[in-house]
Design a protein around this ligand. Structure first.
Ligand SMILES: NC(=O)c1ccc[n+]([C@@H]2O[C@H](COP(=O)([O-])OP(=O)(O)OC[C@H]3O[C@@H](n4cnc5c(N)ncnc54)[C@H](O)[C@@H]3O)[C@@H](O)[C@H]2O)c1
Length: 284
């Protein structure tokens, strides 16, 4: 307990129940951080429908539930990670309200547009790239100066960026051309930002989970099930487990614990890295 005492963290795309963002937020709150949950809040277009996003109402429920369980300071703010003005506003609001911003978790992602690459529409490619890559870039661009200022002024000791990439950042993933490309790009983003920000006392790392049955994971299961001829979730998960040396699929808490380590003082000398959380399925 208390590994993130006094720290202020923002987590993007954290407004969905059972999502990785929710689990990371809960773990951080348990360890004493002030947590700002953000999500897009309002459905729009063909893909960002209410069943694919964290709506304002769901995000508020997530914040209340974590506050109730942990007794921590957890608040919700809407933020479209693709909109530079939104990202800049959230960073300014956090620093104005809490006096510092120690940790950014770039967790928002779109991973359910699955089809062969020859059928992929350019608008679909752009949506995935914008949420998964432009969003994390915008948070780096706007939060890094706030962290640098806090470190220089002595109001915070360090800064941490944690980018939720994927196993699909290390290996190709059929039917996920834009997703896998964006997540591979996130590794480049992580490494380059790590080099630039290390002299300022800020670390930048990525976490690469394999399948987790979140809302997004369920959509991927539905597609993969059709490909392998499985009809039930149990059959699909049995197929997945068969490829995982540790014999089980990942849980949101597995990713949350990796994020906690990267957010904590214990990871002070680790930067530019991309840690697999895959039960041994991915090893490079
Ligand atoms: N579930 C998995 O199997 C898995 C595996 C590896 C990596 N990931 C990654 O983990 C992250 C979280 O995914 P999840 O599985 O918890 O799914 P999720 O659907 O619960 O979370 C994704 C969140 O991103 C948000 N989002 C989408 N567009 C946004 C925008 N423009 N601005 C702000 N938020 C936006 C959604 O509203 C949603 O809350 C994603 O980056 C995903 O790629 C997931």
């Amino acid at each position: 307990m208390g590994r993130l005492k006094d720290k202020v963290a923002v987590i993007t795309g954290a407004g969905r129940k059972r999502g990785l963002g929710e689990a990371i937020a809960r773990r951080f709150a348990e360890e004493g951080a002030t947590v700002v949950l953000t999500d897009i809040g309002k459905p729009s277009g063909e893909y960002l429908t209410a069943d694919n996003i964290g709506t304002s109402a769901e995000m508020e429920e997530v914040a209340v539930a974590i506050r109730t369980v942990t007794g921590g300071r957890v608040i919700a703010m809407t933020c479209d990670v693709c909109a530079e003005a939104d990202v800049a506003r959230v960073v300014v609001d956090i620093v104005k309200t809490y006096g510092r911003l120690d940790i950014v978790v770039n967790n928002a992602g779109v991973g359910y547009i699955m089809k062969p690459l020859i059928e992929y529409a350019v608008e679909e490619w752009d949506l995935v790239m914008n949420v998964n890559l432009r969003g994390p870039f915008l948070f780096l661009k706007h939060a890094a100066p706030a962290m640098m200022a806090g470190i220089k002024a002595g109001t915070q000791p360090s800064g941490r960026f944690i980018n939720i990439a994927s196993q699909a950042a290390k290996s190709g993933a059929p039917a996920l051309i834009a997703y896998s490309s964006s997540k591979h790009g996130m590794i480049g983003l992580t490494r380059t930002a790590a080099l630039e920000l290390a002299p300022h006392g800020i670390t930048v790392n990525a976490v690469c989970p394999n399948h987790v049955t979140t809302g997004l994971g369920e959509k991927q299961n539905a597609y993969r099930g059709k490909v392998i001829g499985a009809t039930t979730t149990a059959e699909i998960l049995a197929f997945r487990k068969g490829r995982i040396p540790m014999g089980r699929v990942g849980q949101p808490s597995d990713t949350a614990n990796a994020c906690l380590f990267l957010a904590s003082d214990e990871s002070a000398y680790i930067t530019g890295d991309s840690i697999n959380v895959t039960g041994g399925e991915e090893m490079h």
